[in-house]
Design a protein around this ligand. Structure first.
Ligand SMILES: [Zn+2]
Length: 380
């Protein structure tokens, strides 16, 4: 997939080739009077570009660049463009070509190592990327970029301990991302501990997560799971209620679970509480609750009747359907429920990735806490 439209790419490449030429002939010198004075390798390179043989063209341009020590910046620009286009092998060749130069200045060598590490990361060769980022993180000037990239490598490897360690290194130089990121690492470690049956260790890690960021609904959710496993149902319900208060986006996933925990006798009490809570916030929150309830087949539950009517009659999109006759509200609710069952219910607000499952960590762009309830946004 290309990040740049083809025309833009061609123009940028042409500009770079001119840059190489300028370097080749010397900045500030007189421009050659005619094309016949151009270096034959340049013309051959252009031929290869025209005949769509990009690897041969790249060979030629690299050879041209080798003959001139002033083209380092052009190397970096070209390498970065190739990486952005997803042509990572070419980016790697360019940066390796730079590193092979014996006369390369130390700051350019460090920059080239960082660029090569980014190429490997983009190519998914994580172990090589890791080694190079570690090496570059020793350079004070590049330390923040290298450590932050290294944190990303550990996230992709699901090496949460190392990710947390790198986060702490960044925190020491005041360059760490939001505290919730560290809290998520502790939650990931708690999940691993739970899988191994290490309940005490998991509980300690969740306390760490909540000490790191408050409120932190994911930790409350995991503590609810532990309480349920231990048979402490009241505590589990309380913690789940807390998680839903802190993050109403979780309603679609967790409302049925909460109602199951409290049992039929407590159902209406809980629903009344959730309605009262949503009413305290904005209309969007009431809508979120109504849709979660409809998806959970609760359209006829007494505590929700007034809220469903309110949402249906006041929402600009649903109003038209509602005006067909409020008597049809149950049928409309059922139809919406059927739609929701197969809809993509969540979307990443960073990259637009959407799906039916909720993620704390976007599988596409690796942002944390970026998922929102999508179907509701779409119907708004
Ligand atoms: Zn995303």
């Amino acid at each position: 997939m290309s990040d740049l439209p083809l025309l833009t790419w061609a123009l940028v490449l042409a500009a770079l080739v001119l840059g190489i030429l300028a370097g080749h002939f010397g900045w500030g010198k007189r421009w050659p009077g005619s094309l016949s004075k151009l270096h034959p390798d340049y013309l051959t390179g252009l031929d290869y570009l025209v005949t769509e043989q990009p690897d041969r063209a790249l060979d030629m341009f690299l050879k041209l660049m080798d003959t001139n020590a002033d083209t380092v910046e052009t190397h970096f620009a070209l390498g970065s463009l190739y990486r952005r286009r997803g042509e990572v092998e070419r980016a790697i060749r360019i940066h390796q070509n730079l590193l092979a130069r014996e006369e390369l200045a130390p700051e350019h060598r460090e920059q080239a190592l960082l660029a090569l590490a980014q190429d490997y990361l983009r190519a998914g060769v994580l172990d090589r990327a890791e080694g190079l980022f570690q090496q570059v993180s020793e350079v004070p000037r590049l330390r923040v970029s290298a450590l932050d990239a290294l944190r990303g490598v550990y996230e992709r490897q699901h090496d949460w301990q190392q990710a947390l360690g790198t986060y702490r290194q960044l925190a020491r130089i005041k360059a760490a991302p939001a505290a919730t990121v560290a809290a998520h690492y502790s939650c990931e470690l708690a999940i691993l501990a739970l899988d191994k049956g290490e309940i005490d260790n998991a509980s300690r890690l969740l306390r760490d997560a909540q000490a790191e960021a408050t409120p932190f609904p994911r930790a409350a959710l995991l503590r609810a799971q532990i309480a349920e496993r231990e048979g402490q149902i009241d505590l589990a319900a309380r913690l789940l209620r807390q998680a839903l208060t802190e993050s109403p986006t979780l309603l679609q996933e967790e409302l049925p679970h909460l109602l199951k925990l409290v049992g039929p006798a407590q159902r209406d009490t809980i629903l009344n509480e959730l309605v009262a809570q949503a009413e305290l916030h904005d209309f969007g929150e009431l809508k979120r609750l109504v849709f979660a309830a409809i998806a959970a087949d609760l359209a006829t539950a007494a505590p929700l009747r007034a809220s469903i009517e309110k949402v249906f009659s006041q929402d600009p999109t649903l109003q038209a359907v509602w005006n067909e006759g409020p008597a049809q509200s149950e049928r409309i609710a059922r139809e919406i429920g059927a739609l929701l069952a197969h809809a993509e219910k969540y979307r990443c607000n960073e990259c637009g990735f959407s799906g039916r499952s909720f993620y704390w960590h976007c599988p596409a762009c690796h942002a944390w806490d970026s998922f929102e309830a999508y179907a509701i946004v779409k119907l708004r």
